[in-house]
Design a protein around this ligand. Structure first.
Ligand code: ADP
Ligand code: GLC
Length: 475
């Protein structure tokens, strides 16, 4: 077995705010049949139970004269998950911040995570590849190539950095450099400096042997100024080692034939259960029962400008005037939450908005809605549109990133311009198509038959690991 250590800030079912957790929760297990033993390291946030965990070791981590003592716990859950327990850093409400904003010590919190990964490699779990995910793990390759460049423990260890979302970069004021124990020698644009600040994401991009992101389209998009968040130049310079590997779906969690969260089970051969799920959703959210025969639009989303929730707010009155219904589940930025609450208040019984994070309701919306809206300004991969296909809930998506790679004109509706008008046109086209029951059912069935299981994506990662180990990360 080829051993891989993945480092990330989320993994389902332990800690989740979005799709990153879904990926870390299911990719490791999908790699096992391919001869890859992938373990995952996460912070031990408040609420992650360790009663049933094994203690795997403990070590001190020194950063700028401070000692952070880390105890490592191990849990077997499809794959092996390690948790770095350091209560001073992780035992709080929230993973990244609270109502007041980001935690002020996030640079140190995630520097310690990166250092914990390297410490555990000394004897607790010795991988051949360190596979880092997003900015929270971005310093691990930096320490490996600088602080520990001459440490014989790490000779031959290769690094892969996966970008799940370039919009979040882990940018800190320059004094973070000393706090995380890095030498000024890395503080230049070819290192981790980003317009005078420290960028953890840039560390991952510049110091890893290979890079990947979560769809082929996004791998191209991030090399352009429009989608590059200021890092397109770095990504163009490293394009020969940048790979696009689409996320997969864990159909053991997202399948209307077995889903424990939904009111009735169904599949492409017998769709009758979907109507029961729609009625259940209508009653759960308090929508008018007249919605049962009209198109019911669903949204499940982090409420960030990335997701285009403001566009949904803008078209809400028009949707209501068209006699459409809307069910929204979301959590995030205050102005987007307020905008949605306002349109729901203007259209009671027709538009229902549930603010918060709710796993069961997310599944009920996938199953109970007819049409799923994802008007993302950018979308590295996106999972909800793939879940929607499996649930026979026809996606309306903006043609960007993974949305464009996974949805076609036969299975969904696409628009390109990131405007309320374009979203409304596409939603209207979907609603008009809904009234032709026969062709609509054919469209649902086509989507339900699409296979986005992890198999192909896990094989692509396994292939990339092998090439990294043979010294050929490009091509
Ligand atoms: P992103 O990672 O950008 O948020 P994805 O489409 O890749 O987008 O994944 C989102 C994941 O998070 C899905 O599993 C979705 O069901 C879940 N999710 C998002 N918002 C919520 C919420 N408010 N409550 C429950 N689940 C949510
Ligand atoms: C990010 C992206 C999303 C992707 C997820 C998992 O949060 O926004 O598109 O599916 O990561 O890779």
């Amino acid at each position: 077995m080829t051993k891989i250590l993945m480092v990330a800030s989320e993994a389902a079912p332990f800690a989740k705010t979005g799709g990153l957790a879904d990926v870390l929760g299911s990719l490791p297990a999908a790699l096992a049949p391919l001869g890859v033993e992938a373990a995952v390291l996460l912070p031990r946030y408040r609420g992650i139970p360790i009663d049933a965990a094994q203690r795997a070791g403990d070590f001190p981590i020194w950063l700028a004269g401070s000692n952070y003592r880390v105890t490592l716990y191990r849990i077997q859950a499809g794959a092996t998950f390690y948790f770095a327990d350091c209560p001073a850093l992780y035992d709080r409400d929230g993973y990244y911040g609270n109502a007041k904003g980001d935690f002020p010590d996030n640079a140190v919190r995630f520097a310690v995570l990166a250092r914990a990964a390297l410490e555990m490699m000394r004897g607790i779990f010795r991988p051949r590849i360190l596979h880092c995910h997003d900015w929270q793990s971005g310093l691990a390759p930096v320490y490996l190539k600088t602080t520990f460049a001459r440490d014989p423990t790490f000779i031959g260890v290769r690094t892969l950095f996966t970008i799940h979302n370039l919009g979040y970069q882990g940018i800190f004021a320059p004094d973070a450099l000393a706090q995380v124990g890095l030498d000024r020698g890395v503080f230049h644009p070819g290192g981790i400096e980003f317009f005078g600040d420290v960028s953890f994401m840039k560390g991952g991009l510049n110091f890893s042997d290979a890079l990947s992101t979560v769809s082929a389209r996004y791998a191209l998009e991030i090399q352009t100024p429009e989608y590059g968040f200021g890092l397109d130049g770095v990504l163009r310079a490293r394009s020969s080692v940048l790979h696009g590997i689409l996320n997969g779906v864990d159909y053991s969690q997202w399948n209307p034939a077995t889903d424990p969260h939904i009111a009735a089970h169904y599949g492409p051969d017998d769709l009758s259960g979907k109507r029961a799920c729609k009625l259940d959703l209508i009653r759960t959210l308090g929508l008018d029962e007249a919605a049962i025969d009209r198109p019911l639009l669903g949204v499940v989303s982090r409420l960030a400008s990335q997701k285009g929730a403001d566009l949904i707010v803008k078209i809400a009155d028009a949707l209501a005037a068209d006699d459409l219904y809307l069910a929204v589940l979301g959590k995030g930025e205050a102005d987007l939450e307020a905008g949605l609450v306002k349109v729901a208040a203007a259209h009671p019984g027709r538009i229902q908005v549930h603010l918060g994070y709710d796993e069961t309701l997310a599944h009920k919306i996938e199953a109970g809605a007819d049409i799923f809206l994802m008007p993302s300004r950018y979308e590295p991969s996106g999972l909800n549109q793939m879940y929607s296909l499996r649930y026979g809930t026809v996606p309306v998506v903006r043609s960007t990133g993974g949305l464009d790679d996974t949805i076609d004109e036969d299975t969904g509706f696409k628009f390109h311009e990131p405007s309320a008008w374009a979203l409304l046109q596409a939603t209207r086209a979907a609603a008009a198509a809904f009234s032709d029951r026969e062709s609509w059912t054919a469209r649902m069935r086509l989507g339900m038959g699409k296979d986005f299981s992890w198999q192909a994506s896990a094989a692509a990662y396994s292939n990339l690991y092998q090439r990294l180990l043979s010294g050929r990360a490009d091509g």
